[in-house]
Design a protein around this ligand. Structure first.
Ligand SMILES: C[S@@+](CC[C@H](N)C(=O)[O-])C[C@H]1O[C@@H](n2cnc3c(N)ncnc32)[C@H](O)[C@@H]1O
Ligand code: SF4
Length: 408
């Protein structure tokens, strides 16, 4: 990343004035962090968009989509995550502006010109601009339903829209759209719009994630063209994401490609493929209506790893409920063990969240399968985490994947 021309000290600066008390400022080439007496903290990108804040004991993340996610976790209090309603988001943005206005008024004389300019840029984001930004986002992107946790700071490019299968009983991420593959020209246009929208805020984006659910299912000749467009548009070295590419792929889609094709994608920048194995047990897998089989999942991983690609494997805690719990855990861990994962790979455990009217809940009810209680789910989550570490020799990182924590 080009940081020439920035004169910010990388370390945190503290400015104390009678009006403001202690204000902590950390200016990085890609973000500005302000802390108001260590009681409230605000992070902004290079365009002055809010990224996150800690205010009145709550954590907030601001999505490029204009949505805001609140997270509260205090000792003894259940962790709470929820998206704010429009009026709550507007109220929060107004509070952030009030804080920054007071900070900027108090410290303007004491900070370098670059920080002063950045503060002005932040204050230029009034509510009307935030709303216009949201409208603009919605013209560029279909909802970015989910990405893996290590890709939360990725630049998402919607190479495809939706899911080519879209029929898993528990997954409603892409039910609102038909599967569509962009042409090379449409992808280039999308990238130009995304770059213009993000402006210098693109410097916060570390990698490129290819949306949506299984972008790599695209037939190889088209995928080759699409990867070439991305390489041209993101040659690396400049402000913005590295040209390393990451994507989801369902098991059925994954077995359609050969080692040679994966090797070609690796040479064109693909680094890691995320696969929702969900369960190593056939009965649970069928209940989930996943495409492919767990055994094909193991074979696919061997293929991907043989050409040097990394994998991210997702398991679904709670799938199959209480009745299938033992076999779900045992066979999922056996599948992980057979995959011979190593240091660059990842294992995620996602607690199953299904509304009452989901296909999954209906199927489970018909089969008389009782869901896990909250305590049983927490216990299975721990069992899967500990078991996954043991089954993989502690090599890959094993972490929680909470779908309600995602926001783009
Ligand atoms: C885009 S999806 C899966 C990627 C790819 N399409 C596949 O099927 O392998 C990402 C992950 O979100 C998780 N997920 C989807 N719906 C969920 C739900 N209702 N509750 C919990 N996790 C869910 C699943 O673990 C899933 O693998
Ligand atoms: S889990 Fe994957 S394959 Fe299944 S519907 Fe969701 S995105 Fe599609």
């Amino acid at each position: 990343m080009d940081t020439q021309g920035t004169t910010f000290a990388p370390a945190t600066q503290v400015i104390t004035t009678p009006q403001t008390g202690n204000i902590y400022i950390n200016a990085q080439p890609w973000s500005l962090t302000l802390s108001d007496n260590l009681r409230a903290t605000f992070v902004f990108d290079r365009e002055g968009r809010p990224v996150s804040c800690f205010l009145n004991g709550c954590n907030y993340r601001f999505g490029l989509s204009g949505l805001v996610l609140m997270k509260v976790s205090r000792p003894g209090v259940l962790k709470l995550r929820r998206l704010l309603a429009d009026d709550e988001s507007a109220h929060l943005r107004a509070s952030v502006r009030e804080h920054v206005t007071r900070i900027a008024d108090g410290i303007a004389e004491a900070v370098p010109q670059e920080v002063r300019a950045w503060l002005e840029q932040i204050l230029a984001w009034d509510e009307a601009r935030a709303r216009a930004d949201r409208e603009r986002f919605l013209r560029i992107y279909r909802p970015i339903s989910i990405v893996p946790p290590d890709q939360y700071r990725a630049l998402v490019l919607q190479v495809t829209e939706g899911c080519s299968w879209n029929r898993c009983s528990f997954c409603s991420f892409y039910r609102d759209r038909r599967f569509r593959i962009k042409t090379a020209a449409a992808l280039r246009e999308h990238i130009h719009q995304v770059k213009e929208f993000l402006g210098r805020g693109i410097s916060m984006r570390r990698t490129i994630f290819l949306g949506d659910a299984n972008a790599l299912i695209v037939p190889q000749p088209r995928l080759r063209e699409l990867f070439a467009v991305i390489r041209e548009e993101f040659p690396g070295g400049e402000e913005g994401p590295s040209p390393d590419l990451y994507a989801f792929l369902d098991i059925f889609g994954a077995v359609q490609k050969s080692c040679q094709q994966y090797a070609e994608l690796r040479d064109q920048g693909l680094r890691r493929v995320y696969i929702g194995l969900e369960s190593g047990d056939e009965a649970v897998f069928r209940l989930l209506n996943k495409p492919g089989t767990p055994q094909q999942g193991v074979e696919t991983v061997a293929q991907l790893k043989a050409v040097g690609l990394q994998v991210g494997i997702i398991l679904l805690a709670g799938a199959g409920g209480a009745d299938l719990s033992r076999r779900h855990v045992a066979r999922s861990l056996a599948a992980l063990s057979a995959m011979e994962l190593d240091g660059g790979d990842l294992v995620y455990i996602s607690p199953l969240i299904t509304p009452d009217d989901s296909d999954y809940t209906r199927r489970a009810r018909t089969l008389g399968l009782a869901p896990l209680s909250t305590d049983e789910l927490a216990a299975q989550l721990e069992e899967l985490k500990t078991g996954a570490r043991a089954a993989t020799g502690g090599r890959p990182r094993v972490a929680l994947y909470h779908i309600e924590e995602w926001l783009y």
